[in-house]
Write a protein of this length. Structure first.
Lengths: 114, 173
C-alpha cells in the first residue's frame, strides 16, 4: 500500500483504528446495519464508555460517523466509500446496457423479431 | 428484452450482465471479432469509436479511440488474456495516453465474455472486475475496508509486521 506523506497521519489513524478486533467488529456491524451506540454497547462484554471510546477512534479515522436520530445516536459507515462503489458499478452498467442495445440493433436484420 | 439480468457485487466490486440475442452464436461472436462491427457498438452515438489494431489472440491487443463532438479523442486498449471462438473471451480494458501507455488513475476493467447457445438464440454473459491498483487504493483509503473483506486480511498482515517496529504502542482502550 503506497501512502504519501500528506496522508501519513490519516493512515496512522486508520491503521490504529483497524488494529483492534473489537473495532473491526464494530465497523462490520455498522456496514451491515446502522446500530445505535447503546445497541453496540450491549453486544460486547465491556462498559458503555469503553464501547463509546472505540466508536470515537473509528470516527476519528473517518471510517464511521454518528448521527442523532431522536434520542439515539446511530452509527453508520462513510457513505462515500460505499457510494463510490455503487456509482462505479452503476456507470459500468449504463455503459454496457448501451453497448448491448447497439449489439442487438446490429443483429436485428438477421434475426426474427418477436 | 435484450438484457435479462444484472448482478452487482459491491463487496468484490464486480458486475455480471446477462443478455440474450435472437442470433446464432457465430454471428454474436463476430460483433467482437470483426473490428468494423466492434466499432459500431463500442462507442455511444455521441462518441463514435474507431478500432486501430485488432489482434484477438492471447497476449494480443485491440486499440481504439473514441471521438467526442468537439473532436477530442480518448484512447483505450484491450489486452487479450484468453480467446476461444466463438465461446469465450477474456480481456482487460483501460484508458491509454497518446503514446499508448496506461493512463494513471483510471480504472482497468477485466471483462470476461461467455457465449452459449440457447434455444434458437445466444446468451451472452459479461463479468466485470476492477483491477487498477490506484482504484483499489483510492477505495481503501476512503475507508471501504468492510466493503472489501480481503483488504482487511491484508491489513492484518501489514499490522502484524508493523507491530514489531512500533515504539509507542497505541494506548489500549
Amino acid at each position: 500500500m503506497v501512502v504519501d506523506k500528506a496522508t501519513d497521519e490519516e493512515a496512522d489513524r486508520l491503521f490504529h483504528a483497524l488494529a483492534d478486533t473489537t473495532r473491526r467488529d464494530i465497523l462490520f456491524r455498522c456496514i451491515r446495519g446502522e446500530p445505535s451506540v447503546s445497541q453496540l454497547a450491549e453486544a460486547y462484554p465491556m462498559s458503555f464508555a469503553a464501547v463509546q471510546k472505540h466508536v470515537a477512534v473509528l470516527e476519528r479515522a473517518g471510517l464511521i460517523s454518528k448521527q442523532r436520530h431522536g434520542r439515539e445516536r446511530l452509527v453508520h459507515t462513510d457513505g462515500d466509500a460505499v457510494g463510490r462503489a455503487r456509482q462505479v458499478l452503476d456507470e459500468l452498467e449504463q455503459t454496457w446496457r448501451g453497448r448491448v442495445d447497439r449489439m442487438a440493433d446490429l443483429l436485428a436484420p438477421l434475426s426474427r423479431h418477436t | 428484452m435484450t438484457v435479462i439480468g444484472v448482478e452487482k457485487d459491491f463487496d468484490n466490486l464486480s458486475l455480471i450482465l446477462t443478455a440474450e440475442f435472437d442470433a446464432p452464436i457465430e454471428r454474436v461472436w463476430e460483433l467482437w471479432a470483426d473490428p468494423r462491427q466492434l466499432e459500431r457498438w463500442w462507442g455511444p452515438p455521441t462518441h463514435p469509436s474507431t478500432v486501430e489494431k485488432h489482434d484477438l489472440t492471447v497476449g494480443g491487443e485491440v486499440t481504439y479511440f473514441m471521438t467526442d463532438q468537439d473532436g477530442e479523442k480518448s484512447r483505450g486498449r484491450w489486452q487479450v488474456r484468453s480467446v476461444n471462438p466463438p465461446r469465450s473471451l477474456e480481456i482487460t480494458d483501460g484508458f491509454v495516453d497518446q503514446d499508448g501507455l496506461p493512463s494513471p488513475g483510471t480504472p482497468i476493467t477485466e471483462v470476461q465474455v461467455r457465449l452459449t447457445e440457447r434455444d434458437e438464440g445466444t446468451r451472452m454473459e459479461l463479468r466485470f472486475l476492477f483491477e487498477s491498483p490506484e482504484h483499489w487504493e483510492l477505495l481503501e483509503r476512503w475507508g471501504a475496508f468492510g466493503v472489501f473483506p480481503q483488504s482487511v486480511s491484508q491489513m492484518d498482515v501489514l499490522l502484524a509486521e508493523g507491530a514489531e517496529a512500533e515504539t509507542t504502542p497505541p494506548r489500549s482502550l
